[in-house]
Ligand binder design. Structure first.
Ligand SMILES: [Zn+2]
Length: 291
């Protein structure tokens, strides 16, 4: 049975913490380096229901994609919702470790897992890491489809393959346009439009897309003769990052086998997307209503 410090060293080799963005807060949040680890749970969000799930499972280590504390804090009192998470974990000897932007840019990383879930062939990073000589690391992925699909069909595939959320998949663009190449980025991707345009892809699938960046991207695409119109697909943030949990769990499983560790690795299926319901518009008073 490995000690926590050994498991963390293995995780740090997969997602070196020094490759995280300067604003990020990755690494071990709580846990005794000398404690034994026999069960690990992977999840996207370090929220109370995930902490409770880790305790119920008998996990010794919870690995999440999102940080618990991103900014400095002066209290972990159990009267605060994050402090309650810390108390739950420490009282039950569950360590918490975070791999966030260091997992985003890793090879394989968060967007590779997303591409894999959508059956896309990864061609290259959307924004390559300039410090990486291999050219494989970086943010987002430019991908190809083995067979072209219409935007409608590709959206249906995303809706089918990604874990179910209230939001589903929102689409901007001609539903009958053909998709041969796609850029994907797990998590919030609307800062990546310049790279998406430069990649010349037919579609971009990400999360948290906002009105103005989408409106501008569509207008720019429609007025450019060089581009094929860019279709945009917006999934729930949690759903675009959840496939990474399965990838990461498989990576740790393989490491565990190699070391001969007695380690059980689990992936949480608890939906922690904060949106809980969706009402489809039914009014027909507007001629341009979505279809
Ligand atoms: Zn995220």
């Amino acid at each position: 049975m490995p000690r926590l410090s050994e498991v963390i060293a293995a995780l740090d080799a997969l997602w070196p913490p020094e490759r995280a963005e300067a604003w990020d807060a990755v690494g071990t949040v709580c846990g005794d380096p000398d404690q034994d680890v026999s069960r690990v749970l992977f999840a996207v969000d370090p929220v109370q229901e995930i902490a409770d799930e880790a305790v119920k499972l008998g996990a010794d280590l919870l690995v999440t994609h999102h940080p618990l504390y991103l900014r400095g804090t002066t209290t972990v009192a159990a009267s605060t919702f994050k402090g309650r998470v810390v108390h739950t974990l420490i009282k039950n000897d569950v360590a918490l470790h975070v791999a966030h932007t260091n997992a985003d840019t890793a090879d394989p990383g968060v967007s590779d897992a997303l591409a894999g879930a959508l059956d896309l062939r990864v061609v290259r990073p959307l924004v390559p890491d300039p410090t990486d000589a291999t050219g494989c690391r970086g943010l987002g992925r430019v991908c190809a489809l083995d067979h072209p699909l219409t935007v409608r069909e590709f959206a249906a595939r995303a809706a089918e393959r990604l874990p179910a959320t209230a939001q589903g998949i929102r689409v901007a663009g001609d539903p009958d346009a053909l998709v041969r190449t796609v850029a994907v980025s797990g998590g919030s991707g609307d800062s990546l439009f310049d790279a998406v345009r430069a990649a010349g892809v037919d579609a971009f699938l990400t999360a948290d897309l906002r009105h103005h960046p989408v409106s501008e991207a569509r207008a720019r695409s429609a007025h450019s003769t060089a581009d094929t119109p860019l279709a945009l697909l917006d999934a729930a943030h949690w759903a675009t990052e959840w496939p990474w949990c399965e990838l990461a769990a498989a990576q740790l499983d393989e490491i565990s086998d190699r070391h001969g560790w007695d380690l059980r690795v689990h992936v949480s299926k608890t939906v922690t997307d904060p949106w809980t319901a969706h009402a489809a518009s039914i009014t027909t008073d507007f001629p341009g209503a979505p279809n």
